[in-house]
Design a binder for this molecule. Structure first.
Ligand code: ADP
Ligand code: MG
Length: 332
């Protein structure tokens, strides 16, 4: 089954004003502070931002996998298939996780159990969620391995994670995440730990599987190159908030937020002078313990004015589907 081009978009996931907090020795911190975005069925949304901006915490909140007991969803809603995941009981959430929503992490070994065979790990989820009959499980697992490009799948089923290369492990993790044909795949830096040629293959694989299965993808990355490669919609996060959101064309061709512009300038270009300096955004993402009361990007922003320090910028519409949180965007 494929998603027809002419069907009206159906919102699959709507994150609404999500607030996620951690209890730390120095007090309560808000790693995600009022984040909203939505994902239509069958589409890819990218979440991009530097390290520490709250991308993984957003994903872990959706999956309800926040470290316990420090982490908690303190506000907002996570609507998915007519339910609010933020309110689900643990048993109900376990039925969603791995079944309707699959997840791929940066480091494949975090998702794999070193002491169990690939075959056991692949069939576990399918059997748990009852998506295949026990007598068919290994055959279906072999088909999945074949589909994610693993040679000799029958042999691989009997092997352990350490017998595979990093790229092959990530293919196994993708196969596990997709075993129950989820409606949504959340991929958190799925290629960051892999070398460049393997990165491209894994992104291509996710794109192919998405087209084939019609699932939606939330692609989390610090790399705008990955966003350009895979996404139709983009959320730019900075210090726990959404700085800008829009289509991939909005963000790449007419970025409105100085932070988005800074990220774009920091992409190495193949056609640039070999000696030309790569743009960098000076400074660092503010720590969660001493967040500024105004715009969180103010101390790094080349366009900041006194007013930017006074109060957080409101979210404004730049054009249909394109929003920015910057008081100065009209003047830039
Ligand atoms: N278990 C935790 N306890 C306290 N703070 C945390 C915890 N996990 C993440 N954070 C904080 O939340 C912020 C966002 O982290 P994260 O979502 O992992 O960033 P990203 O994925 O964008 O690199 C960081 O400042 C980080 O220090
Ligand atoms: Mg992360």
């Amino acid at each position: 089954m494929t998603v027809g081009q002419s069907k009206p978009p159906v919102t699959l996931l709507a994150v609404d004003n999500l607030v996620t907090e951690f209890a730390t020795d120095e007090g309560l911190v808000r790693a995600v502070d009022g984040v909203s975005f939505s994902v239509d069925a069958g589409t890819t949304l990218g979440i991009v931002g530097e390290s520490g901006c709250g991308k993984s915490v957003t994903a872990l909140s959706i999956m309800r996998l926040l470290p316990q007991p420090m982490g908690r969803i303190a506000g907002g809603a996570i609507r998915f298939q007519n339910r609010d995941l933020a309110q689900l009981s643990i048993p109900d959430m376990e039925k969603v996780r791995g079944r309707q929503i699959g997840m791929v992490f940066q480091e494949p070994m975090t998702a794999l159990n070193p002491v169990h065979t690939i075959g056991r790990q692949l069939t576990e989820g399918m059997l748990l969620h009852g998506v295949c009959r026990p007598e068919n499980a290994l055959r279906e697992a072999a088909e999945l391995l074949d589909r994610v490009g693993i040679p000799s799948p029958d042999v691989r089923l009997g092997e352990y994670p350490h017998q595979l290369s990093g790229g092959m492990r990530q293919r196994v993790v993708i196969a596990m995440a997709l075993a129950c044909r989820p409606a949504l795949l959340i991929a958190d830096e799925p290629t960051t730990a892999l070398d460049v040629t393997i990165q491209a293959q894994i992104l291509e694989l996710i794109k192919d599987l998405q087209a084939e299965m019609g699932m939606a993808v939330v692609m989390i990355t610090h790399d705008l190159g990955v966003i350009a490669e895979t996404c139709s919609e983009v959320v730019v996060m900075y210090a726990g908030k959404v700085a800008e959101s829009g289509s991939v064309f909005d963000i790449f061709d007419r970025p409105a937020h100085p932070y988005s512009r800074g990220l774009l300038h920091a992409i190495p270009r193949l056609d640039s002078e070999p000696k030309s300096r790569l743009g960098v955004i000076e400074g660092m993402v503010p720590g969660l313990h001493d967040l500024p009361s105004g715009c969180r990007f103010e101390n790094r922003c080349p366009h900041a004015l006194e007013a930017c320090r006074a109060a957080p910028p409101p979210s404004e519409q730049v054009a249909a589907g394109h929003r920015v949180s910057c008081s100065r965007w009209r003047d830039l």
